[in-house]
Design a protein around this ligand. Sequence first.
Ligand code: KG4
Ligand code: ZN
Length: 387
Amino acid sequence: MIILTIDTSCDDTCIAILKIKNQKSKIGDARFDVLSNIVSSQVEVHQKYGGVYPFLAKREHQKNLVPVLKKALRQAQGKQKFEKPDLIAVTVGPGLEPCLWVGVNFAKALAYSWNLPIIPVNHIEAHILANFLNTKYKILNPVRGQRSLAEAQRKQTSNGVNTKYLLPAICLIVSGGHTQLILMKKIGNYKIIGETRDDAAGECFDKTARILGLGYPGGPSIAQQAAQLKLKMKNEKLKISLPRPMINSKDYDFSFSGLKTAVLYDFKKRPASVKTTAGKPRKEYIREMAKEIQQAIIDVLIKKTIKAAKDYRAKSIILGGGVAANKELRKQFNYKLRTINYKLNFLVPPRKFCTDNAVMIGIAGYFNRGKASKNWKKIKVDANLRI
Ligand code: KG4
Ligand code: ZN
């Protein structure tokens, strides 16, 4: 089975082509062969706005889709000859409405000319299922009752995904538009147990990066500044300390908009010595602040995710979304999960499959193949689609 997949939910134009082998069982035996995976980034277009400008993003998707499709087909044909795909999977939400429509209409045009069914895909489910891409799971702590790590690994990887050892799981989806804790009982069975009440974690990185005069997307630029600090002596004189919003609240919700305000006020109250003559923050201050922003976000995400996993007696923690590409977050999750007195598997996709891509749409499409329909005229987008 060959699936062609499309995601235009935000500012990346993504098309992938996947070959799926051994589709005997419902979950266990799928092997995903990525024949091509093209991501055309619009970073340069949105850079000057410090965030995604929806109508510019829509225009860029319209410009990019045909060349991206050509490239994806050419690459895939180089690995495997095929006349046309068997299925098309496309993101229908959540995301920026004008952008989603571009992808969905493109999918419909392809489905019409190739006479194919379309599978509508939820972008958040796709971020979760990115973890199910033939991963040799790195199981930090085998779940209770399993004799050894080796045994757990053998059971999990010898034959694709053996969800018995992984689910129920608590999924933390952290992206530019979402921060959600999701209880996953099965593939296809999800319940949002908490989410941000205002800004998403990625949005917080993006907005605070902008305050500091760093480039978009903010996550990678804040991470880069914070990492540079490690090489230098910490400047104790600055003593930057940001709040950890809602870290001890009893629910599983988040709030990140206060951090942005805290960064703004901290800079305002600083003496001239941390500012350039143009009134911008100096390098040292930027690095200290970047490190503290990153740490404040990480502290809250880790604490609340582990609390949810314990409360719901989960077997695993599953990460997804652009912020899950953050090296410190991955490292500190790893470390923390080794030290707590509760056994949990830890799944996080390779970094390139954390940020938006169409491979994850193919995986989600495969698990939702029952929804494939040639009656695709009815398919609509939903900018606020819930999982
Ligand atoms: O999942 P994604 O690619 O798109 C959405 O669905 O929103 O996530 C994009 C978000 C941006 O806010 C970006 O700043 C953040 O993910 N991000 C990161 C990193 N890479 C991307 N945040 C922290 N550290 C990173 N390395
Ligand atoms: Zn995303």
